[in-house]
Design a protein around this ligand. Structure first.
Ligand code: ATR
Length: 271
């Protein structure tokens, strides 16, 4: 039987992961089947266990289950444990191993694909959910000048900044407190993009030469990217590279083969 993989989310209809993993499988000659599964908001656990019982070998986890996924595993990799969020599950016998490839995917895309240096930069991260948690550790390990986490619910940003404080200069605030400050890299990790919305941000947050990065790929000309363009960001990424790179890392975890990201990015751009 073909090895079964899936992405669990809610919503999940927007997900490009089935197309990406099918392309990786063709590229590397691996025989896998990968589908999207809409899990009920209160039924993530049951949905995953049903998939495992039916022979599932691995899974990706997206909004809003990345933190819940940590409660379901028997073991977390150190990077998933630090993030407190898992986007990749590997089912091995009775074990469910949780990993997090978001940080690696984001960093590979910014530094290798976009060739934008991160070291010494002032970075603003919007949002304090599972998507943010996955990238804070890897970002700080790059040696930033500062990392500011801004969120609508400030207490959630504070919890994350305290959790990661030992790794580097990280602080938390609300969106209104960003007035009068500017940043070299602004990353949108809120799920507002999935609903064609964005946080209310003050003018002037994009420093000259800055990079605006949308982590939720596939939202057309989303409001965050329009805002970044109007506010003078120099480089604007729709997050396609991160999507493909985090998927490549998941594929590597499951199959032991690392696919090439670029041809798959080109395929998605054409589609
Ligand atoms: P994910 O796992 O994808 O990060 P999540 O844990 O549900 O999903 O987190 C969603 C994030 O998007 C949160 O930071 C949320 O802000 P709150 O913590 O204040 O809820 C943010 N978010 C979602 N919709 C938003 C909106 N319309 N405006 C601003 N922030 C929003």
């Amino acid at each position: 039987m073909t090895d079964q993989y899936a992405i669990f989310g809610n919503p999940v209809g927007h997900s490009k992961s089935p197309i990406i993993h099918a392309a990786f499988a063709r590229q590397t000659g691996q025989d896998i089947c990968y589908k999207a599964i809409l899990a009920p908001l209160d039924g993530f656990n049951d949905a995953v266990h049903a998939f495992v019982a039916a022979g599932g070998r691995g899974a990706n986890v997206t909004v809003p289950f990345k933190q819940e996924a940590c409660a379901l595993v028997t073991r977390l990799t150190p990077r998933a444990e630090l993030a407190g969020a898992a986007n990749t599950l590997l089912f091995e016998g009775n074990e469910v191993i949780g990993d997090n490839t978001d940080g690696v995917g984001l960093l590979r895309d910014i530094t290798l694909n976009l060739r934008y240096p991160i070291k010494g930069k002032r970075v603003l991260l919007l949002g304090a959910g599972g998507a943010s948690r996955g990238v804070v550790g890897p970002l700080l390990e790059e040696g930033l000048k500062s990392l500011t986490i801004a969120n609508r619910t400030v207490s959630k940003a504070k919890v994350i900044s305290e959790h990661f404080a030992h790794l580097g200069p990280v602080t938390a605030c609300g969106y209104d407190e960003l007035a009068g400050r500017s940043f070299d890299i602004v990353i949108n990790a809120t799920s507002a993009s999935l609903y064609a919305s964005m946080p209310l941000l003050p003018d002037g947050i994009f420093a000259p030469g800055s990079l605006a990065y949308e982590m939720m790929y596939g939202q057309g000309d989303g409001p965050f990217r329009i805002f970044a363009k109007n506010q003078g960001a120099s480089l604007i990424s729709e997050g396609l590279g991160m999507l493909v790179e985090q998927a490549a890392e998941s594929f590597f975890i499951w199959r032991g083969v690392r696919p090439e990201g670029f041809p798959v990015m080109a395929l998605l751009q054409k589609a």
